[in-house]
Design a protein around this ligand. Sequence first.
Ligand code: ARG
Length: 282
Amino acid sequence: MTAPLKRVLMRRPGSSLQNANAAEWHYGPGFDGARAIEQFGVFADLVAACGTEIIWIEDSGDGMADAMFTHDPSLVSDKGAIILRMGKPGRVGEPALHAAAYRAAGIPILGEIKAPGQVEGGDCIWVDDLTLAVGRGVRTNQAGIEQLGEILSPLGVTVLGYDLPLGNGADACLHLMSVMSPLDEKLALVYAPMLPVGFWQLLKDRGYTLVEAPRNEFEASNGLNLNVLALTPGEVIMVDGFPKTRALMEQAGCKVTAFEADALCIPCEGGPTCLTRPAWRE
Ligand SMILES: NC(=[NH2+])NCCC[C@H](N)C(=O)O
C-alpha cells in the first residue's frame, strides 16, 4: 500500500457535490461544495505531480456526492479489480461507476461482492502481499468478508476480519483505514485507542513500527489527521493543520506534504487515501 503509485482511479467532484444536501450525506458544519472542489484540485495536482496516471471518473451530475471517495467501491489485486458492495445506502450506485471505468481502461475484473455481502475499500488493508486485513463494522459485514476470501484465496491471499468499534455511531464513517494509514513498508500511522486488538497484534507480529497519532488532533480533525496517503514509500500527503501528527511522521523519517482540506475532507469524512483508488503500485 506504499509502493510507488503508478495508476489511480479518481473522481473530480462537480455538481453532485456542490448541490449535496449536507444533512442527507452526513457532512459536517464546515461543508462548502465550491471550496471543496477547489481544494480537491490542489490535491489532484499533488498526485499528478508525482507522475501517477489518473483514470478519471466524471461527475456527470448523477447526485452521487460521496463518489469522489474512490477508495471505497472497489479493490485491486494483482489479478484484477474486485467490485465491492457499499454499506452506506447513498453510495450503492458507485461500484457500477468503477466497473465501467475498469472496463474502459482494460483492467480485468476478478470478482464482485454480492448481496447480502457488503465490503467498502476503506475497510481493507494489505498488511503484506498475501494478507488482507478487513474491518468488520457498519460498512463491511461477515458475508462480504467471506466472499472476499473466496475471490482472493486462489491468489494465495488470506483475508482476516477484525471487529471495529462503533465510534460516533452508525451514520458516521468509520473504516479500518480510519484508524491506520500505511506510511512505508513496515511503518504505519495509527490511532491506538480505536485499533481492533487482534489487528494491532497482527501488525506487531509482522514487524510493523507504529506511529501513534495524538488524541487531541484525532478529535479535532474528525479523525482525518490520520488519513495519510503514501505516494511512494515514506513520501506522504496529509490534510493541513495537524502539526503534532506531522512532526511524529517526520521524526519517523517521512517526507510530508500537506494540503488545505477544511472544506473537503473534514466535513465530508474522507481524506487523501479515501479520494484515491490505487489501481497499480510497483
Ligand atoms: N475510505 C474512506 N475512509 N472513505 C471515506 C468516505 C467518506 C464518505 N462520506 C462516507 O461516509 O462514505
